[in-house]
Design a protein around this ligand. Structure first.
Ligand SMILES: C[S@@+](CC[C@H](N)C(=O)[O-])C[C@H]1O[C@@H](n2cnc3c(N)ncnc32)[C@H](O)[C@@H]1O
Length: 241
């Protein structure tokens, strides 16, 4: 994991500055994924059954949760800025908001059927700790699922995507966001998104992290010409023999 030399405090400062994105989150996300973002979210949300107890970690403004049909959903989110943007979007009868981080999930052991991290795994400072917590809260046979733009290991496509996050995303954001808003930013959050992208693993690296955290049946599925990747693993059943 490459945090570009940032320690936990510096990473927290980075995540704090990304909160400035909250009001424009959906607009810019749609631009930077060329309109595909909600298609990907719907494909991932379809993995949950109506009677699954679901946890979404890093639920932000509720952009993924709103596609879930499950009757019992927990949204875990550390940022009040993001969480308050989800008000009025999510069904309070089905969705419980929790404040906290992936590395310390405020739910009991073996209480959840599926855990989703949609565009959020790359924001976690301690990814092994997050996966181990995801494993703890899952029921035996439950699934952990992370999804994001697919990050190739290396080669021309990897370079192109890095350029996309480094150069194109900040330009698109400045087209989408009014000048009066960008002027009050402490630091341009869109030029810092690259740091979370660098800290995100390739599917092979993420699969290895899943296995190290005790998951089995670990696999990756690609969407839309390998534009997005879904990596998932199952919490093993305890042997009864
Ligand atoms: C890019 S947004 C993803 C929002 C939503 N899941 C979606 O589909 O667009 C990432 C979210 O992860 C949250 N986050 C950052 N660090 C976190 C952590 N350690 N644990 C849980 N969530 C975290 C951020 O506050 C932010 O709301």
């Amino acid at each position: 994991m490459d945090h570009r030399g940032m320690d936990r405090t510096e990473w927290r400062e980075l995540e704090g500055s990304l909160e400035d994105i909250a009001p424009y989150y959906e607009k810019v996300n749609s631009m930077m994924t060329f309109g595909l973002v909600d298609r990907w979210r719907r494909r991932v949300a379809a993995l949950a059954k109506d009677d699954d107890v679901v946890l979404e970690i890093g639920s932000g403004p509720g952009s993924f949760t709103r596609h879930l049909a499950s009757r019992t959903i927990y949204c875990l989110e550390p940022s009040m800025e993001f969480a308050s943007a989800s008000k009025g979007i999510l069904d309070p009868e089905r969705v419980t908001m929790l404040k906290g981080v992936a590395e310390k999930i405020p739910l009991s052991t073996g209480s959840v059927d599926k855990v989703f991290c949609m565009f959020s795994f790359r924001d976690f400072f301690d990814k092994p700790a997050a996966l181990s917590e995801m494993n703890r809260v899952l029921k035996e046979g439950g699934d952990a699922i992370i999804a994001d733009v697919a990050k190739p290991d290396n080669g021309p496509l990897a370079k192109l995507l890095e350029l996309h996050f480094k150069m194109l995303v900040p330009i698109l954001a400045h087209i989408a966001v009014s000048r009066s808003s960008t002027e009050v930013w402490r630091r341009d959050p869109y030029s810092r998104l690259i740091d979370t992208w660098v800290a995100y693993g390739s599917p092979a690296e993420n699969e290895a992290l899943f296995r190290q955290s005790g998951f089995d049946q670990v696999s990756t599925e690609y969407l839309e010409l390998k534009g997005a990747a879904i990596t998932r693993g199952k919490k093993p059943w305890k042997s009864t023999s």
